[in-house]
Write a protein that binds this ligand. Structure first.
Ligand code: DAK
Length: 257
């Protein structure tokens, strides 16, 4: 597929999607979001891909939804655009998503990073939900995921005042996995992706689904899904190989079968 607002490349089981509207700080307009959804859908089906990294550029991961595109819209225009279904499809990606963030991750940009499963950031990264400054509020999970990740009072302050937090604060609050010097953020994301891509992709995807379920449901239902996915892993050749390799004291070779 040909994309304009995102670039996509695959290298040894790791796909890299780069948001590509640098002059607008990667503001997430409708076209970019549809392309991102389509790229993810394609990569999710590709057996050669085990892990997907989403990144921007040094100055911005994404500075939010495109304010210029939204400014004149009515409620009915917004409803007809049905952006939620695009975000929903992105959220349903089965393969692990790693956000490699440098610079601004604001509004929808912060929400996109939080939709990913792991977040690696450069020291220059800034996270925020500044929608309140433009008379609205987060609309793609910001009030929910941020609160679950960093707690009510911190989330409330960010959402009600539009305050940005630094990469170090985001790390201290448990919003992200790692902070590295700016020249290393992509490398650090790739290294995390490599580690995960060496595992059984079946077990990885089952585990991702189960961890995410803990955000979406009560403990009882989460445990039921975890149990089913645990049993399901025993239907894979990778489970036999992984356990046999342990017994034989050698490194497992996973085939995704
Ligand atoms: N939208 C459109 N253009 C943007 C933009 C944005 N969010 N952010 C930056 N730009 C554009 C600027 O207008 C400028 O364009 P020109 O003037 O050069 O044409 C260019 O990018 C460079 O920006 P600045 O000149 O402002 O750069 P600075 O370094 O001075 O400032 C900044 C950087 C990030 C502090 C500033 O650009 C800024 O405050 N940007 C807006 C941040 C923001 O408020 N973000 C939240 C947007 S609302 C939904 C899903 C998601 C959402 C809503 C609904 N559904 C599923 C329904 C999300 C909503 C949002 O994210």
């Amino acid at each position: 597929m040909e994309f304009i607002n995102v670039n996509s490349a695959i290298d040894t089981r790791i796909a890299l999607i780069q948001l590509n509207r640098p002059n607008e700080l990667n503001a997430l307009n409708l076209q970019l979001m549809s392309e991102l959804r389509d790229a993810l859908k394609e990569l999710d089906k590709d057996d050669n891909v085990h892990v997907i990294i989403i990144t921007g550029n040094e100055k911005a991961f994404a500075a939010g939804a495109d304010i210029k595109q939204m400014a004149g819209k009515t409620t009915i225009d917004m409803w007809k655009m049905d952006q939620f279904s695009t975000w929903e499809q992105i959220r349903k990606t089965k393969k692990p998503l790693i956000a490699a963030v440098s610079g601004f991750a604001l509004g929808g940009g912060c929400e996109l990073a939080m939709t990913c499963d792991l977040v690696v950031a450069s020291e220059t990264a800034k996270f925020g939900q500044p929608e309140i400054n433009i008379g609205v509020m987060p609309g793609a999970g910001g009030t929910q995921r941020l609160t679950k990740a960093i707690g009510k009072v911190r989330a409330m302050e960010m959402v009600l005042t539009g305050k940005f937090i630094s990469a170090q604060e985001a790390l201290d609050y448990g919003l992200i996995n790692k902070v590295v010097p700016v020249e290393l953020y992509l490398e650090a994301a790739v290294s995390l992706a490599k580690k995960i891509s060496s595992m059984s992709p079946i077990a990885v995807q089952l585990a991702k689904e189960a961890v995410n379920r803990s955000f979406e449901t009560h403990l009882d239902q989460g445990l039921i899904l975890e149990r089913k996915n645990f049993y399901l892993a025993f239907a894979s050749e990778d489970q036999k190989e992984g356990m046999q390799a342990f017994i034989e004291k050698r490194k497992a070779v996973f085939k995704g079968k």
